[in-house]
Design a protein around this ligand. Structure first.
Ligand code: NDP
Length: 252
């Protein structure tokens, strides 16, 4: 699947799904701007991509800070040209706590990253995409958007909000050349799942590591959604738990 000519902005690219997606997009020919708060980590990954012959750069960015997100999009445009693909992937699972004993500041911080951060990421690239009548946006949400999971009130509420935001975004921009998705990657083997296992809270923490889906499956799905092959799915909520979707993209 060729991504030649595309300029991808990936948030949360310092590890896990974001890192793997950035590497795959670059391997497929896209120019990739990697962003996360861990400046050295995204810089090192971008350097590895360049050493392997790909096009990549990086900038430190906190998605909860709109100005920081704008700087990242501007940097991508300066170095590679206007962003044509946004992977709004940055997210946090914490705080894992019962509502009654949760810390209000930590709760609000999770919403600021998982929901407001997603909005910020989209907001800074959307006008350009609309002007050019072209672009793909994958809003990385979660099955938790639709399930009540003990201890995850901030995460569930943030992801439910982000899926709803994505649906409104698709509704508002329909027919204008954009491909927009809310994407649920399934339970994948990343550091976030390690944090969840360590918490011992709710059934997700009991899933053995060997039962988790490999990150590569979700990466394959995201690249598919960024391609014209997914045109007929545009505007939808896509889940790796959907057997028909998995069959369509050729993963188990
Ligand atoms: P990881 O915890 O492994 O990685 C999260 C990434 O988000 C890191 O790169 C982190 O970088 C970045 N990030 C966190 N906060 C911010 C912030 N304020 N600004 C910028 N970047 C930030 O998680 P995964 O790779 O597992 O998760 C990726 C996405 O997939 C998340 O949105 C998650 O909710 C979602 N998801 C994951 C599932 C799973 O099973 N793993 C299941 C369902 C959904 P840094 O700390 O350097 O800023």
């Amino acid at each position: 699947m060729s991504m030649l000519g595309e300029v991808a902005l990936v948030t949360g690219a310092s590890r896990g799904l974001g890192e793997a997606t950035a590497r795959a997009l670059a391997a497929a020919g896209a120019a990739v701007m990697l962003t996360a708060r861990s400046e050295q980590r995204v810089a090192a990954i971008a350097q590895e991509i360049r050493s392997a012959g790909g096009r990549a750069d990086s900038i430190a960015c906190d998605v909860s800070d709109y100005a920081s997100m704008v700087r990242a999009a501007e940097r991508a445009a300066e170095v590679f040209g206007p962003v044509t693909i946004l992977i709004a992937n940055a997210g946090v699972i914490e705080p894992i706590a019962h509502v009654a004993t949760s810390d209000p500041a930590e709760w609000a911080r999770a919403i600021a990253i998982n929901l407001v951060g997603g909005y910020n990421s989209v907001r800074c690239v959307l006008p350009g995409m609309l002007d050019r009548g072209r672009g793909a946006i994958v809003n990385v949400s979660s099955g938790a958007a639709n399930h009540a999971l003990e201890g995850w009130s901030a995460y569930c509420a943030g992801k439910a909000g982000f899926t709803s935001f994505s649906n409104v975004l698709a509704h508002e921009t329909g027919g204008r050349g954009l491909r927009i998705f809310a994407f649920s990657p399934g339970t994948i083997d990343t550091d976030m799942q390690g944090t969840i296992r360590a918490s011992g809270m709710n059934p997700v923490s009991k899933i053995p590591r060997e039962s988790l889906r490999p990150v590569s499956h979700a990466v394959d799905a995201i690249l598919y959604l960024c391609s014209p092959a997914a045109d007929d799915l545009a505007g939808g909520v896509i889940s790796m738990n959907d057997e028909n979707f998995r069959k369509r993209i050729g993963v188990n």
